[in-house]
Write a protein that binds this ligand. Structure first.
Ligand SMILES: Nc1ncnc2c1ncn2[C@@H]1O[C@H](COP(=O)(O)OP(=O)(O)OP(=O)(O)O)[C@@H](O)[C@H]1O
Ligand SMILES: [Mg+2]
Length: 409
């Protein structure tokens, strides 16, 4: 059957901003950005919908902007979500291969994954992702696609992501309010990773840390598979709130000061440097030492990165993550965050900006847009139009994603 071009849509419902990307997935596998919409979020806290009306209105605003830019109306979206109601664990399953010369079939593969994911989860939770990490045939590991291979016993390791059903439904309802259907919900950091990671990084071992407004989302990749995911309910907005309290100013002014004068590298700042801070209400503006501003930001940065470090230690056990850390999300733009991350996690750090999409302007090649672009890429893959064929090294990201679609629903 001849493949056609198709329109796909990624919708990042973040705590700070809603971002929608409409793209055309070309028959040759490439993705072309057609329109982007952006709106400040309201009705969300730490990744969770707390006001349906307001969240729906922000999504609608971003959607209308993207639709108008692309001159296309969109009915379905691939949606990115975060929040500490997500949880994850690794699991294992095994089946005996019977039948035709003990050749593994697609049904055997489905069955072994079914066995691995048959773990009891609380009745108020649901599985949103089942991510195969590695198959084993008669104890020989490193297999990404066992179909057609011969053996008597098939094992699989998988990573399972669950979420609280009611909170997930609230997100779906908010998108419905903007007159769109949710095709699938993705954990935000998986989408960000899709946009910013290279194939080598997935293979060699990398931690993606997406510092958003309300959450910091972590994903560890190794051997071309997701080994660990975690969501911390702390993000850039906490840095801003600390400043607003410490400087006795509004959140809006604190946000401005953070972006304009903030850094977590306090050593670089002279003792006598100061900046003026607007007072709250009728209070007059007043001078504050820039060192104080940056000490407040550094304290929060260190606390957040210590929490991240605990998670990364849980994930990597004795394995080395050779490719280090890729930092993305708007919170990673705070001056000095890379250096502080390197210092605390003792690993090399690079900044992750979205890659690999036609029509990405300079403005959109920014960590804030990583999730939305990754979602559009997933959308293109899930609609079967930008299938990446497994390469010679057996690195089959294409396959990984097809399974994601197949058993994840
Ligand atoms: N230049 C900058 N310097 C410092 N902080 C920045 C900068 N640009 C953006 N931020 C911060 O990034 C945060 C927003 O990041 P992002 O847009 O990735 O969040 P989000 O996706 O909406 O939230 P979440 O992922 O938590 O749901 C805000 O806290 C903002 O203050
Ligand atoms: Mg985000």
């Amino acid at each position: 059957m001849r493949k056609k071009n198709r329109i796909v849509c990624g919708l990042d419902v973040g705590t700070t901003k809603i971002c929608m990307m409409i793209a055309r997935a070309h028959a040759d596998g490439s993705l072309e950005l057609l329109g982007t919409g952006y709106a400040n979020s309201s009705g969300l806290k730490k990744g969770i919908v707390v006001d349906l009306e307001q969240a729906g209105a922000s999504i609608k605003k971003a959607a209308e902007e993207a639709e108008s830019a692309a001159n296309i109306s969109v009915e379905r979206a691939f949606v990115g979500a975060a929040g500490d109601h997500f949880d994850s664990f690794n699991s294992h399953g095994a089946v005996t291969i019977e039948g035709n010369n003990q050749e593994v079939t697609a049904e055997d593969m489905a069955q072994v994954i079914q066995v691995a994911k048959s773990v009891s989860i609380a009745p108020d939770r649901e599985i949103i992702h089942v991510l195969p990490q590695e198959f084993f045939l008669d104890d020989h590991g490193g297999i990404l696609n066992p179909v057609g291979l011969t053996g008597s016993r098939l094992d699989v390791n998988i990573h399972v992501v669950t979420c609280e059903s009611a909170l997930n439904q609230n997100l779906i309802n908010a998108v419905n309010r903007a007159h769109m259907r949710v095709e699938k919900v993705y954990l935000q950091q998986l989408a960000s990773a899709e946009a910013v990671l290279t194939r080598d990084e997935r293979e060699l071992g990398t931690v993606v840390i997406d510092i958003g407004g309300g959450t910091t989302d972590i994903a560890v990749f190794m051997r071309d598979a997701v080994q660990f995911t975690s969501v911390l309910p702390v993000g850039g907005a906490h840095f801003t709130r600390d400043l607003a309290i410490g400087l006795q100013t509004s959140m809006e002014d604190a946000e401005h000061i953070k972006k304009e004068y903030g850094t977590v590298l306090t050593d670089r700042i002279a003792e006598d440097e100061s900046t003026r801070v607007p007072g709250i209400g009728t209070h007059a503006d007043h001078p504050v030492s820039r060192k104080l501003v940056c000490e407040i930001l550094r304290a929060r940065g260190m606390e957040l990165l210590e929490l991240v470090k605990e998670q990364v230690w849980r994930a990597k056990e004795n394995e080395r993550l050779i490719a280090g850390i890729v930092l993305t999300g708007g919170g990673s733009m705070l001056d000095g965050m890379w250096e502080l991350t390197e210092e605390i996690l003792e690993m090399p750090v690079r900044q992750g900006v979205p890659l690999g999409v036609q029509g990405l302007t300079h403005d959109l090649s920014h960590p804030v847009y990583a999730t939305a672009i990754g979602l559009a890429k997933f959308a293109a893959e899930e609609t079967g139009l930008s299938k990446k064929s497994p390469n010679k090294s057996g690195n089959s990201h294409w396959f990984f994603n097809r399974i994601l679609s197949w058993v994840g629903n």
